[in-house]
Design a protein around this ligand. Sequence first.
Ligand SMILES: Cc1cc2nc3c(=O)[nH]c(=O)nc-3n(C[C@H](O)[C@H](O)[C@H](O)COP(=O)(O)O)c2cc1C
Length: 250
Amino acid sequence: MESSSLTERHRFAEAERDALYKTVFNRRDVRGQFLPTTVPDEVLARVLYAAHHAPSVGFMQPWNFLVIRSQQKKQQVHQLFSKANKEAVELFDKDKQKTYKNLKLEGILESPINLCITCDRTRTGKPVLGRTHMKTMDLYSSVCAVQNLWLAARTEGLGVGWVSIMHEDELKATLGIPEHVVPIAYLCIGYVEHFKDKPELETKGWLPRMEISDLVNFEEWEGSAQSSDDQELLSTLAEMSDFPTGFPVR
Ligand SMILES: Cc1cc2nc3c(=O)[nH]c(=O)nc-3n(C[C@H](O)[C@H](O)[C@H](O)COP(=O)(O)O)c2cc1C
């Protein structure tokens, strides 16, 4: 079979492919625009299935999904955030503190569903295929589940906000998470009034998006372009700099 037909064979139709890029480039971290509207179980089930079909080291599937709906539990977690956020602001230079205080960094109480995605480090016994040498791979597997859910949620019109400003041990105690399980992501989930076009940290002047060409290296750490192929990739990246903005939500 010709190699061109082999590359064509497995490709998704253009509209399907574009739907994925549209999802990727329009996903946002949401903390401020949640609506109280109930999320139907079948919608929540779809995004949970997406999370559960993430890749995992050794097919370990180390995740659990703690669904939190009660206002009482949300209040407890919100208190953990408030305490940690006061500590956090002090860690930045004085000029950044003002911007920091203007950022809304969680939507715990306003979002109808909070979801804690965890990693059970003991799930399939001690040696885990693929985690034998890099011990953090199980943690990264649970992060893959988070990203699957985050993208699936965007297609459903659901906002997701990741809250990490709290002490891990306090979150574990509040949710009754055992010693061998790591809370990976505490997520606020719900329908939203709108999705922002850009990260709030970008528009509010916290940090700009970096140039991808400054992040791509060749053959070794900080290695510059070695060959004409490398140069061409850098040129293509520069020419395609508006690719991420080519999938607007109408
Ligand atoms: C591991 C992780 C932890 C995060 N923790 C927080 C957080 O505690 N509060 C917050 O407002 N955003 C948090 N975020 C969201 C980031 O600020 C956000 O992803 C980034 O600014 C880019 O914006 P975008 O997700 O809308 O593209 C977190 C994101 C990740 C991946």
